[in-house]
Design a protein around this ligand. Structure first.
Ligand SMILES: [Zn+2]
Length: 663
């Protein structure tokens, strides 16, 4: 007796991607509602089923839809915005400032729909997403008809959709409650990465995911620097550190895992965590090559992801499958490593398991959702066909097929593309709206790039906008005379410190930008030991604001902040036209002289070798205050046994430039 089905797909090369890698040619699949009823040979299924609709697949490959195990879908709108940069400069210098300004519910709606259009064309039926306004992402994905695990991003910085991480966590809770149980969307929480989260964020996110039994998405061990910093700050690499924060209480999907060792792989396996490898992104950002082969040998569910379209720059899973196989071979110096069949398994069944959706998708098996694609393997780049070995078809898919060979896509029993025509999205409308955003973002960045000051503000951390200082500086021959003079009656010493200072000055093609100084201060204790190190960034006015009689001058610094990033970061972000380095030993006194407070710096400039200087400084707030301070500063210079008629300059960068010692 025959059973009834809604749909019978016949005359296909059916790749089930089940555990046994069963193939049927000519094969067929019977679908009822959102689920697969049966998969087998065409003869068997035609004998067993009558269907309301029968579609002849014309000899195409019928296989499970691809699972994009890690992306940031809405970032399609930032594709090509900034490229060929290091991860921190790219992320902190460009992505985050633009996101803070532009990302809104409308932005993520449009960006996600554009991503869905691209992913459907690349044969993706299911993906894992991490972004902001994830409820709007989920809505766009559901309307496009794709399946997704949607993770609301939580991080310690203000985000486009939350002023604080507490707000993000509250948003996540509400988002999960609203979407849990949806046929296409699995809501989840996504603490961005250990280095962008606090311990509390990691712990609270894990607790939230456990409470609602939803996955937790995050980025782990993406770069060697991240691991190095984790060892320095927490005394352990990344995986043990997040384990300590109870992250693995939740069903984790960890993107990247480029820099993990065997012990960490065991930890991931033991806790049932899935991994998403992102070959294009890791290559483009030079993050390294993930140890995919070893992770698979350990039994980990490793899926393949595109990462966000701003770091790839596309969402083409065929390209990622190919790169995953090629990189594993190259890394192990073994062309038999990670064969094509394994790459397809990663992009389908293993990816679904990594997303903790292995029960419902990732392979063509009775009872699973009907998430499938048809792939035309008759294009010139994919003929002829050898059928001697069962594995040949996987090699055709991984090494020769292209995303554009995908002709039809079904998700949850519903077609979203038929004969290359998208059924749920209007590509032309998406393209024109995306271009409107591109124009606005270009204008925003062009304006920002016009000044060093606005670029500084864009990366945050301004603690002081502007300050004025009266300064007097003279070169001296004998530091002992000045040091003795400071102890004479007439000067009251309030405070004393000893530093080593390492200053790097950036200058720019446009001198009006001034100088940006990156300073490393080492505090030296009386035993000559370094007790503390401080990094600061100061934007110095291009020249003196005003000269006073006697040599003192008024200087202006527009910005003073702790330097949170490396010198290398600032160099790549600001792209100075020139750099100068000054190293000095500084004795610093805060004193009262004639009732006014001054700093006296006794500097030995060691590099370049410029000898000794005395510098008098005092913060000032008004014109009359500046005038009286300038006068007293000149007197103090004289009191210290030096002559105020010698070279007086705003900062060492000028002295170095004038001395001709600039390298
Ligand atoms: Zn990512």
């Amino acid at each position: 007796m025959t059973q009834s089905a809604d749909l019978l797909l016949t005359n296909a090369i059916v790749l089930t991607m089940d555990e046994a890698f069963n193939q049927y040619e000519p094969g067929a699949i019977a679908i009822q509602g959102d689920a697969i009823l049966a998969v087998g040979t065409e003869a068997d299924l035609r004998a067993q089923y009558t269907a309301k609709e029968i579609i002849d697949c014309g000899g195409k490959v019928l296989m499970p839809g691809l699972v994009n195990a890690h992306t940031h879908a809405a970032m399609t709108l930032l594709r090509g915005l900034a490229d060929d940069l290091r991860l921190d400069v790219w992320l902190l210098g460009y992505m985050m400032p633009v996101e803070r300004t532009f990302v809104s519910p409308e932005f993520v709606d449009l960006g996600t729909r554009l991503a869905c259009a691209e992913m459907i064309r690349s044969g993706v039926t299911c993906f894992a997403d991490m972004y902001y306004f994830e409820s709007d992402v989920a809505q766009a994905v559901a309307e496009a008809g794709l399946r997704a695990v949607c993770g609301e991003t939580v991080l310690k910085f203000p985000a486009p959709d939350a002023a604080s991480y507490e707000e993000s966590l509250a948003y996540s809770r509400e988002f999960i409650q609203r979407w849990k149980g949806h046929p296409l969307i699995v809501p989840s929480v996504a603490p961005h990465a250990p280095y962008t989260c606090t311990e509390d964020i990691l712990q609270s996110s894990a607790a939230l995911a456990v409470e609602f039994d939803v996955p937790l998405l995050t980025h782990l061990a993406e770069t060697a620097l991240e691991v190095e910093n984790s060892r320095a700050e927490h005394d352990m690499p990344v995986i043990p550190y997040v384990k300590k924060q109870n992250l693995f209480d939740a069903k984790v999907l960890a993107a990247h895992c480029v820099h993990i060792d065997e012990g960490e792989m065991h930890t991931l396996l033991h806790h049932g965590a899935g991994v998403a490898t992102n070959p294009s992104s890791n290559l483009k950002l030079a993050s390294g090559v993930a140890p995919v082969q070893q992770m698979l040998e350990h039994g980990l569910n490793v899926g393949i992801g595109t990462d966000g379209p701003a770091s790839n720059n596309d969402l083409d899973m065929f390209e990622e499958m190919r790169l995953t196989a090629l990189l594993a071979k190259n890394a192990s110096n073994d062309p038999t490593a990670l064969p094509a069949q394994k790459a397809v398994e990663m992009a389908t069944r293993l990816g679904a398991r990594a997303l903790h959706l292995g029960e419902i998708t990732g392979s063509l098996e009775p009872g699973k959702r009907a998430d499938l694609i048809l792939l035309d393997i008759n294009a010139p780049h994919n003929i002829p066909h050898f059928r001697r070995e069962r594995e040949g078809i996987y090699a055709q898919i991984v090494y020769a097929a292209k995303a554009s060979d995908v002709s039809d896509v079904m998700v949850n029993g519903q077609w979203v593309m038929r004969e290359h025509q998208l059924l749920t999205l209007d590509e032309a409308a998406l393209a024109s709206k995306a271009q409107v955003y591109a124009k606005q973002i270009d204008a925003f960045l062009l304006e920002r790039e016009q000044s060093v000051f606005s670029k500084l503000l864009a990366i945050g951390g301004a603690v002081e906008a502007e300050s004025f200082e009266v300064q007097a500086k003279v070169r001296i021959a004998d530091p002992d005379i000045a040091q003795a003079a400071i102890k004479k009656p007439g000067i009251e010493i309030l405070h004393y410190r000893h530093y080593h200072e390492y200053d790097t000055y950036f200058s720019f093609a446009d001198p009006k930008q001034g100088y940006l100084r990156y300073r490393e201060d080492e505090f030296i204790d009386p035993n000559d030991a370094v007790v503390n190190v401080r990094y600061r960034l100061t934007l110095l006015g291009q020249a003196r604001e005003r000269d006073f009689p006697g040599g003192a001058l008024l200087s202006r610094s527009r910005f003073l902040a702790p330097a949170n990033h490396s010198l290398r970061f600032y160099r790549e972000y600001f792209k100075p036209s020139r750099e100068l380095f000054v190293k000095k030993d500084r004795l610093r006194w805060r004193v009262l002289y004639h009732g006014m407070e001054f700093y006296i710096n006794l500097d030995h400039v060691e590099q370049p070798d410029l000898g000794y200087f005395i510098e008098i400084k005092s913060r000032t707030w008004s014109r009359s205050d500046a005038e009286s301070k300038a006068q007293v500063a000149n007197e103090l210079i004289t009191f210290l046994g030096t002559s105020p008629t010698e070279t007086v300059s705003q900062d060492y960068v000028e002295i170095v430039e004038q001395s001709g010692d600039a390298a």
